[in-house]
Write a protein that binds this ligand. Structure first.
Ligand code: PLP
Length: 316
């Protein structure tokens, strides 16, 4: 089963990522990538970005730059630096010979669905290469067609050294993975990483079945079509409810409606839930829309209609 899963992953991963290690969660994948980046480079520092989210273990909490996820857990681990997201100049200034790796979400999810400017990811990639630092792309939220392509990293031509995965990999079953470049693999030895349940047959079988379904049913095409439909509809709301909606952002089926106040967002979330629709309040003022990747047009329309009616009621 593990071999079948590996060959399926090889079809959708960026071609420079030739080896895969399986984990039980996303945080565990990021944790391992950070640990191994230090081993491979012999350097201590990790650079992450403001508003990032990389998990809830102590090392990934330390790599996460959001007060609500950090403040109560001191002392956090040392040797993490933070720079503004979507600012390659700031990253350049923070780079030096002590930096083992940069860890980055290609679209920040928990941070408020922040889509970077075109070219930013390639600039980060170049800066890492120039500095001899590794690039860890955290695709735990964006991977497996969430934004259209299998992975943003592959679709924008970035050559990461690690790509971390979870969530969509097994449709809700606890499973994760990280893929590695040859640069990394050349410096790893048997026993550098491991875990009792890593690559367990049940997890591999679930992940294989889910990924095969995603590929065979052209979920990528569905996400692109449904995502366009959702964003078009949301732009209309922005015109009608400009007094309540500050911004809408997203790509594929990872979308956020940013309201002008936390109170409006909370009331919209609560009222949606009362009407049987689950949405997530993100970064206080946002409502994140994160539907199933195989959602059909009529289901999406039904959900959007509930949100639109709720906004109308809350605003008026
Ligand atoms: N990284 C990102 C970008 C995430 O969105 C998440 C979870 O929301 C994680 C890491 C942590 O993954 P897990 O909850 O599987 O540990």
């Amino acid at each position: 089963m593990r071999a079948l899963l590996l060959s399926l992953l090889a079809e959708i991963l960026p071609p420079n990522l030739t080896r895969v290690f399986f984990t039980n969660s996303g945080a565990e994948a990021n944790d391992a990538a950070i640990k191994l980046a230090r081993k491979v480079t012999g350097r201590p520092e990790i650079i992450s970005t403001y508003q990032s989210f990389h998990g809830r273990t102590i090392s990934t909490t330390s790599a996460t730059c959001q007060a609500k996820h950090r403040d109560r857990y001191s002392p956090l681990m040392p040797n993490y630096r933070f720079v503004p997201y979507n600012d390659s100049k700031a990253l350049e200034s923070s780079m030096d010979e002590n930096v083992a790796a940069v860890i980055l979400e290609p679209i920040q999810g928990e941070g408020g669905v922040r889509v970077p400017s075109e070219g930013y990811l390639a600039e980060v990639d170049n800066l890492c290469k120039k500095n001899g630092s590794l690039l860890i792309m955290d695709e735990i939220q964006t991977g497996f067609f969430r934004t259209g392509p299998a992975f943003i990293t592959g679709s924008c031509g970035v050559k990461a050294d690690f790509l971390t995965m979870a969530k969509g990999i097994a449709g809700g079953f606890p499973f994760g993975a990280f893929a590695m470049s040859e640069t990394v693999v050349k410096k790893l030895y048997l026993g550098d990483h491991g875990g009792t349940y890593c690559g367990n047959p049940l997890g591999c079988a679930v992940a294989y079945t889910v990924i095969k379904y995603l590929i065979d049913n052209n979920i990528s095409g569905n996400v692109e079509e449904m995502g366009r439909f959702a964003l078009d509809r949301l732009s209309l709301w922005q015109k009608s409810y400009g007094n309540a909606i500050a911004d809408i952002r997203g790509k594929g089926l990872l979308v956020i409606v940013d309201f002008r106040s936390e109170d409006i967002a909370k009331r919209v979330k609560d009222e949606c839930l009362a009407r049987g629709l689950f949405v997530t309040q993100t970064q206080d003022k946002g409502i994140r829309i994160f539907p199933a990747l195989n959602i059909k047009r009529d289901e999406l329309e039904e959900g959007l209609l509930i949100i639109e009616n709720v906004i109308g009621r809350v605003v008026n």
